[in-house]
Design a protein around this ligand. Structure first.
Ligand SMILES: Cc1ncc(COP(=O)(O)O)c(C=O)c1O
Length: 313
């Protein structure tokens, strides 16, 4: 889906017109992938609008920057306030918020020293990432996720998404909606842009972060909701074949939210319908995000948006 533009983008402390948020082609980031970023959702709710887990996302942005020795000249509180400002300035609440910290125009050597740090925050409408409600048909990718001590999987860095693109393009080319990456040892890691969960015999499993998975904020929300429901939860290494014989499998992610998986490598999961535990967790997740259930974990940051919503997706 082509990007739906909004009016303003926050850049280094100022709101600037969307069309002015441009970069020089010789910027460090263009050549070496030197960026860290976030994806955050803002939801419209009956009582107003709210950003989902804003401080947790901005903290991960700062953590990603720290791993790459990028000094971000803004505090957590300033970044959170900036995200609220841009959503309110654009008047588009139901949206995806994209903060990005990048190395800009300065020097062209691999050393990033002489290139300035630039911080941008945009927001724009974005609908369902994984289409349909009946479950996605996905595959195991022939591409592995990032090996430990090569590209840090805990940093949400632009460069990591070259690997995600390979996984996703292969899946699409072969007629699947998404691909699952195994880690370098052949254990389940995550989707190209989502964490993954399995239910078997009433227990909820997800790979630990050491299997090259991103520390997903939605992953954490799912684990919190599941524990609160009294489910047994296990973060443990998972062999590929466990996916095929699981009772339920689903993805979690800011873009994907909670998305059931119907089949993997054309092997149908259970009866091919979203499972009961998946549905319960999704119901609680969407209930809180959409303001229909109490914000019992303190996950929402309210935003004041007056304009009419142009979002249709
Ligand atoms: C590779 C990868 N894994 C997992 C996730 C899920 O993370 P989150 O729930 O924080 O969006 C994402 C999305 O950001 C991702 O790109």
């Amino acid at each position: 889906m082509p990007i739906q533009t909004t009016s303003k983008i926050w850049h280094n402390g100022k709101l600037i017109p969307w069309e002015d948020a441009t970069l020089h082609v010789m910027s460090h980031v263009v050549h070496y992938g030197s960026s860290v970023f976030e994806g955050i959702r803002c939801y419209t709710q009956p009582q107003g609008s709210a950003i989902f887990r804003l401080p947790e996302h901005m903290q991960r942005l700062l953590d990603s920057a720290k791993i790459y020795r990028m000094d971000v000249p803004y505090t957590l509180e300033e970044l959170c306030a900036a995200a609220v400002d841009v959503v309110e300035a654009n008047g588009v609440a139901s949206s995806y918020i994209r903060p990005i910290v990048l190395r800009g125009y300065g020097e062209i050597g691999v050393s990033p020293k002489g290139s300035p740090i630039e911080v941008y925050i945009a927001n724009f409408p974005w609908g369902k990432y994984i289409a349909g409600t009946g479950g996605a048909d996905v595959c195991i990718s022939s591409w592995n996720r990032l090996a430990p001590n090569t590209m840090p999987a805990l940093a949400k860095a632009g460069a990591n998404y070259m690997n995600s693109q390979l996984i996703h393009m292969e899946a699409e080319t072969n007629g699947y909606q998404e691909g699952i990456g195994l880690d370098v040892n052949g254990l389940v890691s995550e989707g190209s842009g989502e964490n993954i969960f399995i239910v078997r015999n009433g227990v909820l499993y997800t790979p630990p972060l050491a299997n090259s998975a991103l520390s997903g904020i939605t992953r954490d929300s799912v684990l919190t909701i599941a524990r609160h429901m009294g489910l047994t939860v296990s973060e443990q290494a998972l062999p590929r074949e466990l996916l095929y014989i699981a009772d339920e499998v689903f993805f979690s992610g800011t873009a994907a939210e909670v998305s059931p998986i119907r089949s993997i490598d054309r092997i149908v999961i259970a009866d091919g319908k979203p499972g009961e535990i998946t549905k319960k967790i999704a119901d609680e997740f969407f209930g809180i995000a959409n303001g229909l259930k109490p914000d019992r974990f303190g996950w929402l940051t309210p935003v004041k948006v007056k304009a009419i919503e142009p979002v249709t997706a």
